[in-house]
Write a protein that binds this ligand. Sequence first.
Ligand code: NAI
Ligand code: CS2
Length: 489
Amino acid sequence: MSITRVQAAPRQGRIAIVHLGLGAFHRAHQAVYLERYRRRTGDVDWGVSSANLRASVDLVDALRDAGYRYHVAEYADSKTLTLREIGVIEESLFSGRDAEGDWGRDLEALLARMVVPETRIVTLTVTEKGYFLNPASGELLVDDPMIAADIADPSRPRTAPGILVEALARRREAGVPPFTVLSCDNMPDNGKRTRNAVIKLAERRDTVLSNWIEHEVAFPCSMVDRIVPAMTKADFARLAELGIEDPNAVIGEAFAQWVVEDHFPQGRPDWAADGVEMVADVAPFETMKLRMLNGSHSLLAYLGAPQGIETVFEAVSRDDLTALLRRYMLEEAAPTLAMPEGTDLAAYADSLLGRFANDSLRHRLHQIAMDGSQKLPQRWLSGALARREAGQASPCAALGLAAWIRYTAGRDHAGTAYEVDDPLAPRFAECHARHGRDPEALVSAFLAMDDVVPPALAADAVFAEAVLTAYRSLTEEGLDGALATLAGR
Ligand code: NAI
Ligand code: CS2
């Protein structure tokens, strides 16, 4: 194997970015771009303070104990690896609930860090559900207990929108100009949705504040891309064999892309030379990625996981699933996209299939299947709705939706139970308990979830019939039967 080792730039950075959501992706994406920037320029002004608001206090503490140095292993394939040491995270904080049940350990430190004028950007990877938005409409879930708690006690916020509002309120009171908010989650119009969440929450507190946010705070959109699966014991063992004994290490693919709307009133790193694409409008890139890459991922997840197919690599080793992805991407997703001239969507689809076939990533289908309610609108359903409006069918999306409904039953083809990890899981369980023996009623109940399925799509008799037929085919004839039925259409 060819291994390139890259040391971290010398430290002593100054913190100018606060990140909410210290997970695998942040460590392997944003931090890598900033590390490249620091190595190239020697500019140490864009250090990061990274915080978790919920789970993973262990990671926060382990990173601190490791002197804020960790490794990212970037596999192009099983023969080509770059091992990077990263040192741009200068501080890690935790404002969630710890193992003892105590809550808010570093909340004041986090808010203080967000309020100082030196902090110029706040970035987020808190997962789609961390914004507390209706996934289909993007409206703030004001009745959610976590948001209700932030409305009741705004100075002790628990949610990402609540923390942003409180930090912005304190900056305003202190006469400090606002930071720029950059969402790096896989949401459609992620900047606009984050802005909406923050303004709607601020309105509950003080309309002077919400007006100020509306007029003064920038929320650029971004498209983020790099496949970074959750680490497994086997992954840590694999790195240990290479001499990397690092509990904070992450493994990802070699590919990375970051397209960012260029709107940073308080400044930003001059990171274009490090591969960050600064553009006026992110929407075409974001929609392309969400529908083609993430849409394909979700198809594999819901069709494959209940069949005992474990990873993306295993799934795309099957010709029938690769053929399905090709058909979905080229015939259903690509025609819904309005791309800048010269974009070659067929080449993009080929490149995605190549990335999915990376034999060095163990990207578990159950991980991708998580939080389907938050993901499906932007991955399949907004595209299917656009096709419906143009009088076109979406058989692959209909099969996907049928597979998702089947997945949410929580039992695989052999009857073994698995956890359905989704904020709406209790609602799914209730639907299965009530309608499990009646496919027509079950499919109708899922299509009626208007916070997931756009009502205009659910009301389309052709689409609803396609979902029901696919569901019957999947449950009666299994994956092979459902794929054969689709191929015959
Ligand atoms: P992870 O599981 O390693 O980390 C999840 C992070 O989100 C943690 O920091 C967790 O504390 C936080 N979080 C979860 N629910 C939250 C909530 N309700 N409120 C506040 N914080 C919450 O996952 P990973 O890999 O870091 O992915 C996170 C997000 O990054 C994804 O949901 C996606 O939007 C984006 N992303 C991930 C990619 C990947 O391949 N891993 C690639 C592109 C985007
Ligand atoms: C995946 C994505 O977990 C999922 O739902 O589809 O996180 C995917 O790996 C990334 O978006 C790739 O950039």
